[in-house]
Structure formats: structure tokens, C-alpha cells
Design a protein around this ligand. Sequence first.
Ligand code: 13P
Length: 211
Amino acid sequence: MSKRKAIIAHCRALNSSGLNQGTSGNISIRHQDGMLISPTSRPYDSLQPEDIAFVDQNGKATGKFAPSSEWHFHLDILLQRPDVNAVVHAHPTYCTTLAIMGKEIPPIHYMIAAFGGATIRCAPYEIYGTAALSKVAVAALEGRKGCLLAHHGMITVGQSIEQAFWLAGELEALARQYHGCLVLGEPPLLSDEQIEEVLEKISGYGQNHSS
Ligand code: 13P
């Protein structure tokens, strides 16, 4: 599948999976010296490959439609994180609920290690579509593959669009679990040692066939 088609397919999957609504999500994939990114405010169902915008490393956009209003953080993440090839941003209900409350997600479940550490940080509020938001988002993602954005939503990143999208679902699951815990009280947490142990183990997770 071409990168343009992959962006469209995953934008549609964001909404059909219940992770997002309307056009409040956006997806980018590293391309040449910049990125391909979903256009701002265009309904995902009507998107065609030629509607996907290109933004170069200097922030210069080309294409039929203007790029997502969140192109700043998509581009900054891709430029500053050589380990990342795709970025997913959305407003999933439970991630956004925690982000409104300014809560980071603590180590309640071992799957948090799939994001690279013991916590999912919550970046402080900055208005959408700005370089200021990009700065706090990049900082919250340091050493991580996901973060929350206060009063806004979440970001996940991956080596591929498939990985970034998978992590978007895992992040919403963690947020939902943490929300459920908070309803019942303050949850017990995994220790630093337990998280270290999972971090080591999870790096080898997957099908490692030596064909
Ligand atoms: P788009 O500009 O990609 O439509 O996104 C809107 C939005 O909600 C960004 O946070």
C-alpha cells in the first residue's frame, strides 16, 4: 500500500475503531526530507490519495489541500526522532478525559512498557496548531512512544504507521483502565524493578523467525 493510501486507511480506522470522531485526528508518515500528512478538516471518508499534503523539512507545504493544523508537531517529532516514521494524533475519550484532568498515566499495567517507560506523560496545555504545542509535545514524548496533551488529546508514534496505530489503541486501553481504577480508588503501581523487567522482555515481543 502506498504511504498516501496508508494514511487514508488509518484515518478511517481511527474513527471506525471509536478512537476518534470527526476530523480531529491526523496522521503523518515520513517521506523524502519531510512528511506526508492528512489535510486539515477534510472528512476521512472522502479522502483520495492526491488530497494528502506534503510538508518539507522547512515546513513548506505543497498539495491540493492545506496540511493538518497540527503539522508543527508531526514535523518536529519526525525531524527530532530518527526512530519514528509515523505519527498518530487523535482525541480518544479516555485519553482526553485524563488529559483534561492533567493526569499522567502511572505504571498500572505492564503494557505501559510498550511505550518505552514507566509513565505516559501529559504535556501542559498550549493552543492547537502552534509551535508552542509542538515544543511541549516533543518534550513529553522524550524516550516514549506516546503522550497525552492537556485539554486536547494524545499522540502516539512508531517505526511504522501500523505500530503507531496499534499504540493508539493500547494507549486508549491504558487510559480507560486507569480511569476505571480511579473510580475505585488509588491503584497500586508496578515497581521500578518490575517495569525494568518488562521493558527488557517486551523489546523482544513479536515473531522473531530466523527464516
Ligand atoms: P486537522 O487540522 O487535522 O483537521 O485537526 C484538527 C484538530 O483537532 C487538531 O487537534
